[in-house]
Write a protein that binds this ligand. Structure first.
Ligand code: FEO
Length: 400
């Protein structure tokens, strides 16, 4: 994509990443891609806000050169030190060595640790302002959205909030930069939820604090460092992030995430009956075979649904390992306030449901039903389980 002017003298100069298979080395983006949005402000002083991962370096600098020589950059604002926004910094410093890096006080030490840079670095304080000509920058510390050093930069004259990870999401740009030009916003919102559940969820309390801190700002454009730029109605993404952040401390939406794994089909048969019952209630349900779907996608569903059903066989006296991995990740991400049920088949000793309860115990999910079936389920078992599925879903639908 070529550089795009988003306000007078303010340009998007980012790059798309369709090469990386796993964001943070962990979360799949091979199909969806991601964008690293960088912004160039041209004024009496020229400012680059956030950079990109160390890919497509030539393309990144060509975008800037369409507007000004890279050597004419006076300031580089590092809102966040994670290398998806700073990877290009070392090369940039070679081309524009005099450029001053503006970073939060906590970021200074990280900058030194990651890139061994400590010259031409100016820490900025929370709420500090910097006039660069017609434009005025104001820095807002937003710690832990996503790392402790993270801040956002607000351009006062044109009311643009450069929010970095905040209000960002997966999904490479498809030739369209703005929400009002985008014909597949649902894709970006879905990928924003997955990004939230994967990357941001642990920091939901800091997200709510940041939203509160910024709430009085008149924002015309939210320009995050991943995904679409929101100018038609920037409040949409603020509301989404706020809603998802609240799921860390209260029940989420009235839907069910059904997780299962099966070795020879017995647990899968139980799952089918349970699913029949759940579906008869009319509630929305997402179904995942944990051996086939990456936990990244499962986390997004777990985060937004208040009902969880876990079905897995006993494996060597304990829990089917792929299910253990998913539940462990749910524990790492502090997925809480769930109403849950457990089922599975065992051959001799059992052990899966006990291990499930051990793993999720710190999350304090309310477990309302457990079905340990020896071998294959009987027709009576399946009938009973289907009825339970319906009752389980109704119970969730009737919650306040
Ligand atoms: Fe997009 Fe926390 O980096």
């Amino acid at each position: 994509m070529r550089s795009v002017q988003i306000k007078p003298g303010i340009y998007w100069v980012g790059v798309n990443d369709r090469f990386t298979q796993f964001f943070e080395g962990l979360w799949p983006i091979g199909e969806e891609g991601v964008s690293y949005n960088s912004y160039l402000l041209v004024d009496e002083k020229n400012v680059l806000i956030d950079l990109a991962k160390s890919i497509k370096t030539d393309e990144f600098f060509e975008q800037i050169e369409q507007i000004i020589p890279v050597s004419k950059i006076d300031y580089v604002v590092i809102n966040h030190m994670e290398p998806d926004h700073t990877g290009i910094l070392t090369v940039l410093k070679k081309i524009a060595p005099h450029a001053t890096i503006l970073i939060s006080e906590k970021g200074v030490k990280m900058l030194k640790a990651f890139y061994h840079i400590d010259e031409n670095v100016k820490p900025v304080k929370d709420l500090e302002e910097l006039r660069i000509g017609e434009k005025l920058l104001k820095f807002y510390y937003t710690p832990f959205v996503h790392w402790p050093e993270t801040m956002m930069t607000y351009e006062v004259t044109h009311k643009v909030l450069f929010s970095c990870d905040g209000f960002g999401g997966y999904g490479a740009l498809r030739g369209v930069l703005f929400d009002d030009e985008c014909k597949d916003k649902d894709f970006y919102i879905k990928e924003m939820l997955r990004y939230y559940a994967n990357i941001v969820a642990t920091f939901s309390t800091p997200v709510l604090k940041a939203i509160e801190k910024l709430s009085s700002l008149p924002v015309q454009i939210i320009a995050p460092s991943h995904g679409l730029i929101w100018r038609e109605n920037p409040g949409i993404v603020v509301d989404l992030y706020k809603k998802w952040a609240q799921y860390a401390s209260s029940p989420a939406e009235k839907g069910v995430t059904l997780l299962y794994g099966s070795m020879y089909g017995n647990t899968e048969r139980i799952m089918s009956s349970l699913l029949n019952g759940i579906s008869k209630s009319g509630i929305a349900v997402d179904v995942f075979n944990v051996t086939q779907t990456h936990v990244s996608y499962i986390l997004a569903s777990l985060w937004k649904n208040r009902g969880v059903v876990i079905g897995a066989p006993t494996y060597e006296g304990s829990l089917f390992p792929p299910m253990a991995d998913v539940l462990h990740m749910a524990s790492v991400k502090h997925v809480q306030f769930k109403t849950a049920a457990i089922f599975g088949s065992y051959g001799w000793s059992g052990g899966a449901s006990k291990r499930i309860r051990e793993i999720i115990e710190p999350l304090k999910w309310q477990i309302v039903g457990v079905f340990d079936i020896n071998g294959s389920p009987t027709n009576e078992d399946l009938q009973k389980i289907e009825e339970f599925g319906y009752d389980f879903a109704r119970k969730i639908m009737e919650q306040p």
